[in-house]
Design a protein around this ligand. Structure first.
Ligand code: CTP
Length: 465
């Protein structure tokens, strides 16, 4: 079923608001994305009046489902055709320094827009019949959309102090929309970063995963690092920054390398587990970094140290066991395919990795490919070709193993019955002939064909009468 155009809903919902005598506006991301010409999803509405009552009436009339109401916050939502509709009573909020929970009171549209995070999200569009489509833009959000700028409607310290998660949201929107952050907003992110300590881990982790889910996660991650926010929310990652030089040797900046790996992984795959693993796969490096005379910088066993670190990190980030198991496994194995490059790689070495990687072998190879971040295109090409060779070796070994496990579709007892044989070596030889014929492609791997073949050759084996 084709999803209805969002303006069809807006007209219908506006008509219901008219009947109920409530002024209603679409707000936030929906208006921003509409102006940007981006695909819109969830629609948020601000009602100057009782939003939960209007939401219930709208849900009933339009046959929505999954109605949820939070009376305390004056909000309610429901689903319709797979789209979420959220209604909020226009409100003003006052925050206290040591708490995330604001004092809320019903207020005007202007007050409601003022309490929002960024000017590009503080836009409202009227949906009542009279004035449908009129845009309310008290903080020049449209100008900032044109300038591709993230800026807070009020003093940024206040906006971030009210809800410190907005510090991360600024980095996220910069990446998601490919906007830059206004200098005073950026400065306030750095200045207010300690306030993130009062935000729940669940909200922080959800925001981090959102940053990872956009096409170029490095934009948001780099902003978090440069503002010192990463040091607060993910110190192990922040500590990957920096380059040391000794004699003629310097190593790559592991943080910069990690960002490239995450972007590379994001370019090939939407899988959030893989993107998270790309982010954490080198976390063990600082702990094992050593300078070895004549050899340069080494990071022996960093994959094992990194794997161990992920126990505590995933627990602290409140990530699911799926994240933990997957990222640990791929981190542990991420150096292994490289070790399979070379002349003398035995089948058993390839087989060991295949068994250990199991169903995740493809993801592991994707991670390894993403891990090639050399600036030299010739070298990248060479490394990628090496991985193609490893994949080919894996396929060969798998193929051989399949052959070894191959069994004739005709069973031994049938062979004995048809050939009139007692159990003995002749039965095995006949079975082998059938299997060989299938492997050679003389006959297809099917019961009927194998049976016909058996009848053809059986006289060569049947005991004399
Ligand atoms: N908002 C805010 N402060 C927050 C979270 C949300 O001011 N910490 C406001 C913003 O006006 C935002 C709206 O609530 O536009 C809806 O929030 P959300 O759904 O999280 O973001 P969207 O802007 O809709 O963006 P997207 O759907 O792309 O995440």
């Amino acid at each position: 079923m084709k999803r209805k155009d969002s303006t069809t809903y807006l007209h219908k919902i506006g008509a219901i608001a008219d009947r109920e005598g409530v002024d209603l506006y679409a707000v936030g991301g929906y208006v921003r994305d509409m102006i940007l010409g981006r695909k819109t999803g969830e629609i948020d509405f601000v009602a100057v009046g009782d939003a939960p009552a209007l939401a219930l009436e709208t849900c009933r009339r339009l046959n929505g489902h999954g109605f949820v109401v939070y009376e305390k916050f004056g909000t309610a939502s429901f689903l319709l055709d797979g789209r979420q509709f959220e209604f909020v009573t226009a409100r003003a909020e006052t925050y206290h320094v040591d708490s995330r929970n604001p004092e809320v009171r019903q207020s005007s549209l202007d007050d409601d827009l003022r309490r929002r995070d960024f000017t590009v999200n503080a836009l409202a569009m009227k949906v009542n019949r009279k004035g449908f489509g009129d845009i309310f833009d008290p903080f020049n959000g449209r100008r900032d959309i044109k300038r591709r700028l993230i800026r807070t409607p009020l003093d940024p310290e206040r906006t971030f102090s009210d809800d410190p998660l907005r510090i991360m949201r600024a980095a996220r929107f910069a990446g998601q929309l490919n906007f830059h952050i206004a200098p005073e907003t950026l400065a306030a992110m750095a200045g207010e970063k300690e306030r993130l300590k009062i935000v729940s881990q669940e909200r922080i982790t959800a925001e981090l995963l959102k940053i990872l889910s956009h096409p170029k996660p490095s934009i948001g991650l780099r902003i978090l690092q440069d503002t010192g926010v990463m040091e607060i929310i993910f110190p192990e990652l922040a500590h990957l920054s920096g380059v040391e030089q000794r004699d003629d040797y310097h190593h790559k900046d592991v943080f910069a390398h990690t960002l490239k790996v995450v972007d590379n992984a994001a370019a090939i795959s939407d899988d959030i587990l893989l993107r998270f693993t790309a982010l954490v796969h080198d976390l063990g490096k600082p702990a094992v970094k050593r300078f070895e005379e004549g050899l340069g910088w080494t990071f022996h066993s960093h994959e094992l140290v990194g794997e161990r670190m992920l126990n505590g990190i995933c627990r602290r980030l409140k990530l699911s066991n799926e994240f933990k198991h997957y990222s640990k496994k791929l981190t542990r194995l991420h150096m292994r395919p490289i070790q399979l490059i070379g002349e003398e790689v035995t089948d058993s070495a390839v087989r060991r990795l295949l068994v250990q990687a199991g169903d995740d072998v493809e993801a592991l190879m994707t991670l390894c490919r993403a891990d090639i971040t050399s600036g030299n295109p010739g070298r990248v090409k060479k490394h990628l070709a090496n991985f193609d060779h490893v994949v080919q070796r894996m396929q060969e070994v798998e193929e051989k193993d399949k052959m070894r496990a191959f069994q004739s579709p005709v069973r031994g007892d049938e062979i004995m019955r048809i050939c009139g044989l007692e159990p003995g070596p002749a039965v095995g030889r006949i079975k082998n002939r059938i299997e060989e014929a299938i492997l050679d492609g003389t006959i297809p791997n099917e019961y009927d064909a194998a049976m016909a073949y058996l009848h053809e050759i059986k006289d060569q084996y049947s005991p004399p009468h």
